[in-house]
Design a protein around this ligand. Structure first.
Ligand code: BES
Ligand code: ZN
Ligand code: ZN
Length: 499
């Protein structure tokens, strides 16, 4: 099973395999940036290599030199970051990931980097470590032969002054916490649906919540009836597996003025489409359709670990969308928890149905902010591609906070509009509304405007459509090539710290 590398903070590295030397650039004549030779033992070497063009300091570049023997290590790895200034934190996070991957291919087991080499900037040390750890993730739980593990298992971060070492350790512990939370989200998302059943996630959530000192409540079919969650029940009724709703709560100690953030996640453990069956190609990806739930859970754990001053109510709805003799049928009418009725014209638009009930349920906790995360629409991939998630909401200030928190940790988000006009042709002849529009235009907005019907007056709400960014994000070096990205966990946790 995957075990992340350990991070050590010390004043000297001791014996390690590789010295990591980050290289920054400065603007030269024209638009060109040139590498700045680093202070210390590698100044002359870099100065020489610079002239031959072997090192440029460009982002994502590395140069591995064996047996230079100048520092504590036998080898040195130069790692390009680009210019300091705008976006340097994200470029440093990427450098951390590129370094991890390079060290793995060189079969190096341990490495060191100094805070001074990152300009003494704690934020950059944290970002570098975060990228390094995020890139180390593997999902090999279901392989009978685990792959040989040659990746580095230790990163020693050094700082010259004793007091600085302490401060560094506190900063890097935050990156370690981030990795541990993202690992849970990725593991959950990657789990095949024959293992990752609603009951599995509920039991895991309970175990993990307990280990984090959080409370956890699990609701089953009787509770869904009692709560009159007609939409949640409807979606799950075609499956042999029982659904579960899991409520995890974090209450900070000694924060009188704590605000309440409610996080709601879509946890469809497998989305076959139901009777509106999906085509076979790519259907296997629908094991990831519970990533919204995995994301809000990861964010809750991380915010708790970081000691958020705000309360968090995390509501996850797990159920399976399957065709069967008992499945909901197109044209069926469901009565939601809120009392509003819905004509289900496409059983594959199931996420909005379960979320409608979950959002209504979460509002009973009187949150100051309500945020849901869901792999809601294929349309978000068409609208925005794989580079950012979609944000829609009824409170522009909250939308902006969500965008800023994400962007600050490399998780790009973009706002889409939520004009009420989009709802006009979703009104039904036989019920209060339909679960789809008349065509596929503006699909992501349609999903969100449907959810908006379940938001009570005065409640600040934001919806994140993460269908494009939840998996297969290999274009970013700190995400796995294939499978769950674990994106949006760090950003949401950051938001919970301060919203
Ligand atoms: N889980 C899917 C959305 C999805 C599709 C996520 C592809 C990731 C990749 C969702 O439940 C769904 O099927 N949505 C439909 C909505 C449509 C029927 C209005 C979609 O996007 O096609
Ligand atoms: Zn669906
Ligand atoms: Zn779905």
């Amino acid at each position: 099973m995957y075990k992340r590398p350990v991070i050590e903070c010390r004043s000297t590295s001791g014996k390690v395999d590789v010295d990591i030397i980050p290289l920054f650039q400065k603007p030269a004549k024209g638009d060109k940036n040139v590498v700045i030779p680093p202070k210390g033992p590698y100044f002359n070497l870099v100065d020489k290599l610079k002239r031959s063009g072997a090192v440029t300091g460009e982002p994502k570049t590395t140069l591995f030199v064996r047996f230079s023997g100048k520092g504590q290590a036998d080898s040195v790895l130069f790692s390009g970051i680009g210019p300091s200034g705008e976006l340097v934190e994200e470029r440093t996070r990427i450098a951390g990931a590129v370094v991890f991957t390079k060290l793995s291919s060189e079969k190096s087991r341990s490495a060191t980097v100094s805070l001074e080499a990152l300009g003494g900037d704690m934020k950059l040390a944290q970002a570098f470590t975060e990228g390094f750890l995020l890139a180390s993730y593997r999902f090999d739980k279901h392989r009978s032969q685990k792959k040989d593990d040659h990746g580095p298992h230790k990163l020693v971060f050094t700082a010259k002054r004793k007091e600085t070492v302490k401060e560094l350790a506190t900063a890097l512990a935050k990156s370690e916490a981030a990795q541990d939370a993202v690992t849970i989200t990725r593991d959950w998302s990657n789990e095949p649906s024959n293992y990752g059943t609603p009951i599995y996630y509920a039991e895991e959530a309970q175990k993990i919540a307990k280990a984090h000192g959080l409370t956890c409540k699990i609701l089953g079919p009787k509770d869904f009836e009692h709560e009159k969650m007609g939409m949640f029940i409807g979606v799950g009724q075609g499956s042999k597996r029982e659904g579960r709703i899991v409520v995890v709560e974090y209450h900070p100690k000694g924060h009188e003025k704590a605000k309440t953030l409610a996080l709601v996640g879509k946890g469809i453990t497998f989305d076959s489409g139901g009777l509106s069956l999906k085509p076979p190609a790519g259907m296997e990806d629908m094991k990831h359709d519970m990533t919204g739930a995995a994301t809000v859970f990861g964010a809750t754990l991380l915010a708790a670990k970081w000691g958020s001053p705000n309360r968090i109510i995390c509501v996850m709805g797990f159920t399976e969308n399957m065709p069967s003799g008992n499945a909901i049928q197109p044209g069926n009418v469901l009565v939601s928890r809120s009392g509003k009725t819905v004509e289900v014209l496409n059983t594959d638009a199931e996420g909005r149905l379960i979320l409608g009930d979950l959002l209504d349920f979460a509002q009973d906790y009187k949150p100051d902010a309500l945020i849901d995360a869901a792999t809601l629409t294929g349309a978000v991939l068409i609208a925005l591609g794989k580079h950012c998630g979609a944000v829609l909401g009824n409170d522009d200030a909250l939308v902006q906070s969500v965008i800023e928190s994400g962007t600050a940790v490399g998780e790009k988000l973009w706002q889409l509009p939520l004009f009420d006009e989009y709802f006009e042709d979703m009104k039904s002849e036989v019920a209060d509304m339909k679960n789809i529009g008349p065509n596929s235009n503006g699909g992501t907005i349609r999903g969100a405007i449907f959810l908006k019907q379940f938001i009570r007056k005065g409640v600040s709400w934001v919806h994140l459509d993460i269908a494009a960014t939840a998996w297969d994000m290999g274009q970013i070096p700190y995400y796995p090539k294939k499978g769950a990205s674990g994106g949006h966990v760090r950003g949401l946790a950051r938001l919970a710290m301060d919203f």
